[in-house]
Design a binder for this molecule. Structure first.
Ligand code: CP
Length: 336
């Protein structure tokens, strides 16, 4: 599957071969992400980075990934700074901005909105999250992280055992990751959520149809006993009708060091797409896990740069030219 010029809208568009290709290219981006080398391969290219919902990781890492390849970034954040606030349609916005950009990344609160935008765009569009629907680049960086974490233990993604925990109804990251896991064999998934926030049934069916073992439960401690990955998620407060409604579910699936020590196998990897809700009442993924070497949340965020660089390089067809346009860096590069 050739990604040149393609929109990246859903995880469903990928096959295993294309995932392997993205991950192989991501591996080659490591010296650039670590500032051991720099490249100008996208010098002159412009990323339109349009985020109509709050974001730290996705927005900034898309921007940094593009900068690290030598390109420039123009951002729109929030509806209030966009002419959409004056009633302009997604169609018109896409026609205009695709005249200014070589590729566009977009986050929008409505499911399907990024696809609608892409249909009018004259340049590739990458989905940075469309409401509760999908977050395909997060799923790719999550799977890339899972592969790296398992690799150190001599394991592969085939045969993975994973617990997905929290708001599985509105959590777009788990929707995309679950769909991505249908490309692999013999995966065991434990889906831990209040029944009101359960994984959508079509995704559960998709997982079962491909032969995966799926358990649905509201009980945390048994669920995290025999898995390789504990993938925790935030209660997606912004998708609820009120904060009070979201409050009903906070703290239901708290993971801290004591719970980890009591119930998890040694070396169980802890993941979370972030942001984690660190307010006292959230009781989600406690700060006392920060010293646990199996906490992979910041390896995930670092890997996001590699995967997003790979996607830009493949979509803009420069993956084989990155080194040719490289040079040494001259500044202090820290201890990455
Ligand atoms: N994981 C993720 O999408 O984080 P942001 O909302 O900060 O982009």
């Amino acid at each position: 599957m050739n990604l040149t010029g393609s929109h990246i809208l859903s995880i469903s568009q990928f096959d295993r071969e294309s995932i392997d290709r993205i991950f192989d290219v991501a591996d080659t981006m490591a010296p650039y992400a670590a500032r051991k080398k720099a490249t100008r391969v996208l010098e002159g290219a412009i990323l339109g980075n349009m985020f109509f919902e709050p974001s730290t990781r996705t927005r900034v890492s898309f921007g940094c990934a593009f900068n690290l390849l030598g390109g420039s970034v123009r951002e729109t954040t929030g509806f209030e700074t966009s002419a959409i606030a004056k009633g302009e349609s997604l169609y018109d916005t896409a026609r205009v901005l695709s005249g200014y950009s070589d590729v566009i990344c977009m986050r929008h609160p409505q499911a399907g909105s990024v696809e609608e935008f892409a249909q009018a765009s004259r340049v590739p569009v990458i989905n940075g999250g469309d409401g509760p629907n999908e977050h395909p680049t997060q799923a790719l960086l999550d799977l890339y992280t899972i592969r790296r974490e398992l690799d150190g233990k001599g394991r592969q993604i085939d045969g993975l055992r994973i617990a997905m925990i929290g708001d599985l109804k509105f959590g777009r990251t788990v929707h995309s990751l679950a769909k991505l896991l249908t490309l692999y064999k013999n995966v065991t998934l434990v889906l831990v959520a209040p029944k009101e926030l359960a994984m959508p049934e079509p995704i559960v069916e998709m997982l079962r149809e491909c032969g995966h073992k799926v358990t649905i439960t509201e009980e945390l401690s048994e669920s995290i006993k025999s898995v390789d990955i504990v993938y925790s998620t935030r209660i997606q407060e912004e998708r609820f009708t009120s904060k009070d409604e979201a409050d009903l579910y906070r703290g239901r699936f708290r993971l801290n060091q004591a719970i980890y020590t009591q119930f998890c196998e040694p070396n169980t990897v802890i993941m979370h797409p972030l942001p984690r809700d660190s307010r006292m009442e959230a009781n989600e993924l406690d700060n006392d896990l920060n010293q646990n070497p199996n906490l992979a949340i910041f390896r995930q965020t670092d890997n996001g740069i590699l995967v997003r660089m790979a996607l830009f390089a493949l979509v803009l067809d420069v993956a084989n030219l990155v080194d040719q346009y490289s040079h040494d860096v001259r500044w202090f590069t820290g201890n990455r």
